[in-house]
Design a protein. Structure first.
Length: 427
């Protein structure tokens, strides 16, 4: 029975380590678990429009479970999936609040976007989009996501404060920020010493230290009965599917979903040993398909677009390589439906250092970027720079891709003109 389960998630006892896969899943879950508290808070402004906010926690957990199970059994990769924060902001703040549409309208757009994404994955267009990204940019995406996820870690710790234009370092005046530095040192030491499960061990130690310091709050109740997701289930606005406004929203969502997913997958897998020398990623089609199917399921449950989470890099850093890690993530989120107060008690000061260390792990991809060709190096630089600066993976990818296309075209045009003139020169 156990061997059959292992085969279903792509785990082999000869090639993979069971302990590393489990540790990987636990680490990714802990670094992702903040969405259980954040997503319901992000939907609060829609309460006045009749949105059942009390059901969002359950819907978020279930959408994460189902989406991650697709990744475990279909793609067989160690990625966690959940409702994406960027697209959730677009769902709530733009579609529902700024444009004034109903939340049912927004959920319909998410569903159609997911269906189009599935069709895209099943067609050759998905491979065309992937092949558009040159190898140098694929490695730059990994480095950019490394800086992106590290910046999230610093912001979550409270040590990186928002300035008027740029971010600036806050002083170590709070207990939480000091604890973050302690956690950062621990994760660094455990990584250098190659301690198995070091990232998860660091989270545990910092959480325990935080109890007497008042950073870790012990919950009054560990067990909690989840609210019913029924008020959100399949609440679609079918009478709007032929309106131009709906399709504009659908195309915007599809655009960001495709490039965010592509960037995250390439970045997280960069140092996993699963990317071939030519830059191809095995099972890329089913990885993206799992992402798309997660979006359809999430829409039915009442969530914004489901996407692969960059926090999966923390699990890959722990050695996760197969769908077994994703299965562990899904099971943890399933348990969290009933033990949410316990998991939400883990402070950001404990998880933030792990995200910074995951950024360091991805940074090593910079060695694969050629510095001898400016037409490749400059787009790679922009990709790396803009991801953390703009806070958007897709913005970084598009900036790098467009710059690469323009520079390559101009360089090729100039060379052709030179060759043409050389041929006309008299001997």
């Amino acid at each position: 029975m156990k061997e059959k389960l292992f085969a279903l998630v792509g785990f082999s006892t000869q090639r993979h380590n069971l302990k590393e896969e489990i540790m990987s899943g636990l680490t990714t879950f802990i670094t992702m678990s903040y969405i259980l508290a954040l997503l319901p808070a992000m939907f609060m402004p829609l309460a006045a429009k009749g949105f059942p906010v009390n059901s969002v926690f359950t819907a978020t957990a279930l959408a994460t479970v189902v989406g991650t199970l697709f990744m475990a059994f279909l793609a067989k990769r160690p990625f966690g999936q959940g409702p994406g924060l960027t697209l959730n902001v677009f769902f709530v703040q733009t579609i529902c609040l700024a444009l004034g549409y109903s939340w049912q309208f927004a959920l319909t757009a998410v569903l159609i976007e997911g269906i189009l994404f599935v069709l895209l994955c099943l067609s050759n267009m998905r491979q065309i989009i992937f092949d558009m990204v040159p190898t140098s940019l694929k490695h730059a995406i990994a480095v950019g996501i490394g800086f992106f996820i590290a910046m999230i870690g610093f912001k979550n710790s409270g040590l990186l404060a928002d300035g008027t234009i740029f971010n600036h370092m806050a002083t170590l005046t709070s207990t939480s920020s000091v604890l973050f530095v302690v956690g950062l040192i621990l994760t660094g030491l455990f990584t250098i010493m190659r301690v198995k499960g070091g990232l998860l061990l660091s989270i545990t130690i910092v959480t325990i230290i935080g109890i007497p310091l008042g950073v870790t709050t012990i919950p009054d109740n560990i067990f909690e009965t989840p609210s019913s997701p029924a008020p959100l289930f399949c609440q679609f606005s079918w009478n709007t599917i032929f309106t131009p406004d709906l399709w504009v929203c659908v195309l915007i969502m599809l655009f960001f979903d495709v490039f965010d997913s592509l960037g995250t997958i390439v970045g997280v897998m960069a140092n996993s040993g699963l990317i071939r020398k030519n830059g191809r990623i095995p099972r890329m089609q089913v990885i993206m398909l799992s992402d798309a199917l997660g979006t359809i399921t999430g829409a039915c449950l009442g969530c914004s677009t489901v996407t692969t989470y960059v926090e999966s890099a923390t699990g890959v850093a722990e050695g996760g390589r197969t769908g077994l890690s994703a299965l562990v993530i899904a099971l943890c989120f399933l348990v969290s439906l009933f033990l949410a107060p316990l998991f939400l008690a883990i402070p950001a000061a404990a998880t933030a250092p792990v995200m910074v260390m995951a950024g360091f792990y991805l940074f090593s991809s910079v060695r694969h970027i050629s510095l001898t060709k400016p037409e490749e190096t400059m787009p790679a630089f922009l990709t790396i720079l803009l991801m953390p600066v703009t806070g958007s993976i897709s913005d970084g990818i598009l900036a790098g891709l467009f710059t690469y296309i323009i520079l390559t075209f101009i360089v090729e045009l100039v060379q052709r003109i030179k060759r043409h003139r050389a041929k006309k020169q008299p001997e």
